[in-house]
Design a protein around this ligand. Structure first.
Ligand SMILES: Nc1nc2c(ncn2[C@@H]2O[C@H](COP(=O)(O)OP(=O)(O)O)[C@@H](O)[C@H]2O)c(=O)[nH]1
Ligand SMILES: [Mg+2]
Length: 280
């Protein structure tokens, strides 16, 4: 496979800086809330987060679950120690997340109590790769409660904490992590779902990859959606003909087919699809 995804946005200097900053911020929190895309639970993980967080408790959030295959989300949930299936627009998100955080950190709360600290406020930070829904998630969780905690000694001035409720506060800016570029399949899946800027990609190659991948994991789905069953070589042409995506001279318009299929995939017109299976 060719070197497919350009790493232009994540040159080494940028990664090193992001890494340093993340390490500093992680020291200040009790728990890491790691957002992943429920449609690609592995490809949307950062390759070194575990190492960076030094085994700090973590809560995996399978976000954008409204776009994913429900059954597969449940299967994925079982593979993580602590995991919630969410979408960033869920009304009860704030309560669901804080309840889970308190449950995970129950021992810590009890130890604090035993030492005479009556009300320990738990600190969390949200991390994740670009476009996974971090800002939407944070905005939802803190809505109407944007009482920023005061600056405290020992905490860098630029860091702001937002109190979600009496028990939990959140770093107001999420940690942005780079995605997995090294694995070319993961990189293609990220691109397919729009998590990597696709200006730098060969869209036709990407769409063909997506279609043949779909054929393997959801047999019959492409036929159902586009009414054709062709091998890869003629697939785009056949779909364009079937959907009447034609050029002025009446021939199949492949460019249009590519753009349209990419749009269909990203907007879930093809269906709720999870591209990676638990236990693979
Ligand atoms: N369907 C769906 N879309 C979401 C969800 N969370 C975020 N989005 C959309 O995904 C895009 C990226 O979200 P954003 O919060 O900016 O991601 P960030 O880059 O991680 O901060 C936006 O268009 C959001 O509206 C979700 O749970 N479900
Ligand atoms: Mg953001």
């Amino acid at each position: 496979m060719s070197e497919f995804v350009n790493q232009i946005n994540w040159y080494p200097g940028h990664m090193a800086k992001a890494r340093r900053q993340m390490e500093e911020q992680l020291k200040l929190v009790d728990i890491v809330i790691e957002l992943r895309d429920a449609r690609i639970p592995l490809a949307s993980a950062n390759p070194i987060l575990k190492e960076l967080s030094k085994n700090k408790p973590s809560l995996i959030i399978l976000n954008k679950a409204d776009l994913a295959d429900e059954e597969k989300s449940l299967a994925w949930k079982k593979t993580f120690e602590h995991c919630l299936i969410t979408d960033s627009l869920d009304d009860r998100l704030s309560k669901t997340v804080t309840d889970e955080v308190k449950l995970i950190l129950k021992d810590k709360l009890e130890r604090a109590k035993a030492r005479g600290i009556r009300k320990k406020v738990l600190r969390a930070m949200v991390v994740g790769i670009p476009n996974v829904g971090k800002s939407t998630f944070i905005n939802n969780i803190v809505k109407k409660k944007v009482a920023k905690a005061e600056n405290r000694p020992g905490v860098t001035k630029s860091l702001q904490w937002i109190r979600i409720n009496e028990d939990v506060e959140l770093l107001d800016t999420p940690g942005v992590l780079w995605p997995k570029f090294d694995d070319q399949i993961d990189a293609r899946l990220l691109a397919l779902l729009g998590s990597i800027n696709d200006d730098v990609l060969d869209k036709q190659e990407l769409v063909l990859f997506g279609l043949s991948y779909l054929k393997q994991i959801y047999p019959g789905l492409i036929e159902k959606r586009y009414g054709v069953n062709e091998n890869e070589e003629h697939l785009l042409e056949a779909i364009a003909k079937e959907k009447l995506w034609l050029s002025n001279d009446g021939t199949p318009n492949i460019t249009k087919a590519v753009d349209q299929i990419l749009k269909d995939i990203r907007s879930n017109k093809i269906g709720r699809i999870t591209w990676q299976d638990a236990g693979e």
